[in-house]
Design a protein. Structure first.
Length: 229
């Protein structure tokens, strides 16, 4: 048996062992992130398959460009220990981005209060709802002054879907400053529909200043009074 064949057999054994371990974990029926393990492993395998196909076909993909402060929704998968897991809203921290860059540094958001999390109140989701309501009002005003547009009813229905969805998430928002991480853009979830402003709407300067100050406080030795001068 040649060396190449031996290496392939070893690789297969490792994969088989991993498969057995994952099955053992799933069979334990544990809650939280473990209940999501099978779904995540399937998603991850599909994403990796997409990457390999691009490599094999010499395709250099273009990615969406995100501005600093943009609110996104991402699938963090199943992390180890206390790493962020599952689907969460997050805020983009990159100062610069481009279409060839396939990663973003983000700060995950949660509704769980903790001494390690930064309280942002309801500012994040409430802003999204206000924007959507403004769009609804705009449609109503237009309809009062001109003939009813054929697609207006469909648009209103889709906007209502978004408002109801975000309204159900309007709990206090906390930024997980200690869990700042870099993710692939392929982890970012698609908008609910074409009128969804997630991935386009930016957080206010007030929120970003609050996050910046907390990052400086936790991860640097900078004096905030010196930074502001």
């Amino acid at each position: 048996m040649d060396v190449e064949t031996q290496e392939k057999i070893i690789e297969k054994i490792k994969l088989d062992k991993a498969y057995i371990n994952y099955h053992k974990i799933i069979d334990k029926n544990l809650p939280y992130k473990f209940a999501y393990l099978d779904e995540w492993m399937l998603k991850k395998s599909k994403k990796l398959m997409y990457e390999t196909e691009n490599i094999e076909n010499n395709i250099i993909a273009d990615y969406r460009v995100y501005k600093r402060g943009t609110l996104i929704k991402a699938d963090f998968g199943v992390g180890l220990g206390s790493e962020m897991s599952q689907v969460h809203f997050a805020i983009v921290l990159n100062k610069f981005d481009n279409k060839k860059n396939n990663v973003l540094t983000v700060i995950p958001l949660t509704s769980k209060k903790s001494k390690y999390n930064l309280d942002l109140g309801i500012l994040v989701i409430a802003t999204l709802i206000d924007k959507l309501k403004a769009e609804m009002l705009k449609i109503g005003i237009l309809e009062e002054h001109q003939k009813m547009q054929p697609n207006s009813e469909s648009k209103i229905k889709k906007l209502n879907t978004l408002i109801n969805y975000y309204r159900s998430n309007i709990k206090n928002t906390y930024a997980c400053v200690s869990l700042i991480t870099t993710i692939s853009k392929t982890r970012i979830l698609q908008p609910i529909n074409e009128f969804d402003i997630i991935g386009r709407e930016k957080c206010s300067n007030e929120i970003m200043d609050k996050i910046d100050n907390e990052i400086l406080h936790r991860f640097t030795k900078k004096d905030l009074t010196e930074v502001k001068k």
